[in-house]
Design a binder for this molecule. Sequence first.
Ligand SMILES: C[S@@+](CC[C@H](N)C(=O)[O-])C[C@H]1O[C@@H](n2cnc3c(N)ncnc32)[C@H](O)[C@@H]1O
Length: 318
Amino acid sequence: MAWQEIIVDTQTEAVEAVSNILMEAGAEGIQIEDAADVQNFEPNDATVMVDWDTVAHLETGAKVAGYFIEDVNLPEVIHDVQMRVHGLAAFGLDAAPGLVHTTKVDEENWATVWQKYYHPVRVTRYLTVVPKWETYTPADEREQQIVLDPGMAFGTGTHPTTRLMLEAEEVHLRGGEQVLDVGTGSGVLSIAAKLLGAKAVVATDIDEVAVRSAQLNLDLNPAATDIEVLASDLLNDVRVQQFDVIIANMLAEVLVPLVPQMSAFVHPGTKILLSGIYFDKAETIKQLLIENGYQVIEMSQLGDWFGIVAEVPVEDAD
Ligand SMILES: C[S@@+](CC[C@H](N)C(=O)[O-])C[C@H]1O[C@@H](n2cnc3c(N)ncnc32)[C@H](O)[C@@H]1O
């Protein structure tokens, strides 16, 4: 059996909490390397003397590695682990630097590993995510299919943060909208927007792998026309225009600079659909929206994750 290794660079005091996070994320085993173990090492009668100059060890901090079975959805698990490690500060634990990385995954074999485990999922009332190698017959004529090759990008449609956004799109899109999808990942939310009647979509991602993966997924969906995918850090490379709907499923740390930047891209009535918000950041993002002139109209929760829908207020006609 092959294993995926997810490693968190952290501090001694956070080792136990990070180990718990990795176990809760599905790790089958944990390995800890802690500089403090070397510093506090006291040989006793039963210990052979260790010459630390000749043994590879950490000089500072700690590394916690979790071992996951090969079918794990790596981008989604990494995202979860990253969020929860960042969240430790709220409990007074210093987990810095809190970097999450993996041992190299062979991109060639990635999809083959997936195919055994990845099947159609009806994510919302009308939207079903179907892997590209499956032939699927919808249960009724209202059910729409988003065909995806999961590749290396985040967004198979089943992660709670993506589900919150798909549900929000289903509720708030009316048809004919110009949509901006920031941090498109696999492109899942852009494809959904088109299936729900959007006129055109601009989809961005900072990650070139995601940009390529989104483009490949658009090509699998006949409805995914008029979607422009571009590489951009937040909105830096997006041509200024006014969108009717802006969607972003990203960590709160990334939403914080995004919210003020959106002001140049909205008009009265523009809807903002945000997700990727871990529960302890929901109030911060809500207040940030209010400070930037938005009216928060909906907050939804799935497990530990929040979605927020806000709107640019429309002036009263009288
Ligand atoms: C949680 S995933 C969301 C993917 C997909 N939209 C979904 O809902 O499933 C967040 C995405 O945002 C992208 N991202 C992170 N920081 C970004 C930034 N500063 N600018 C643009 N995209 C960014 C990541 O590469 C990733 O693809």
